[in-house]
Design a protein around this ligand. Structure first.
Ligand code: ZN
Length: 165
């Protein structure tokens, strides 16, 4: 069992974190709170502050992206309303302009959703497997004049490393 962190368990944890992030010395932070030792404060900063900061940053980024997403969605709703009105009154030029706007809103939405969808590993895998397919094509092509070698290389490829890490 890891030792319980007295700073993490402290009711004033957020104030302590703020002081530490602001660069206040361990000793001065520890002195302010009776129950905290300097060692505990130091341990907390080294072991727990980075994760806290990373989480806060992530939450901030997600909130920011969510805000943008909401903006683009409301923009799209208004664009579609304009499109509908233009169609009803047979204003074709306006309708076409609204369609163009709607399309670029959709592109923006797709981009934002792509950024929100935190699956960098999927993108990396796709990239890796695209590279792998390319390499495989080159290999098979290069071995064309050597059918036997090609046969065994292909067998090795299918049997073992299939590009998945
Ligand atoms: Zn802690």
């Amino acid at each position: 069992m890891p030792r319980r962190c007295t700073v993490c368990a402290h009711p004033e944890r957020e104030a302590i974190n703020k002081a530490l992030v602001a660069g206040e010395p361990y000793r001065s932070v520890a002195n302010r709170y009776d129950s905290l030792s300097q060692a505990a404060v130091q341990r907390h900063e080294v072991n727990h502050i980075p994760a806290t900061l990373a989480k806060a940053k992530e939450a901030e980024e997600v909130a920011h992206a969510d805000g943008l997403l909401a903006d683009v969605r409301s923009l799209q709703a208004r664009t579609l309303a304009v499109l509908e009105a233009a169609e009803l009154s047979h204003e074709h030029r306006t309708a076409l302009a609204a369609i163009r706007e709607a399309r670029s809103n959709l592109e923006l939405l797709a981009k934002l959703l792509g950024e929100l969808d935190e699956r960098p590993s999927v993108a990396v895998n796709v990239l890796v497997s695209a590279e792998w397919l390319q390499l495989r094509t080159v290999l098979v092509g290069a071995l064309e004049p050597h059918p036997d070698a090609r046969e065994s290389v292909l067998r090795a490829i299918e049997g073992g490393g299939n590009g998945r890490a």
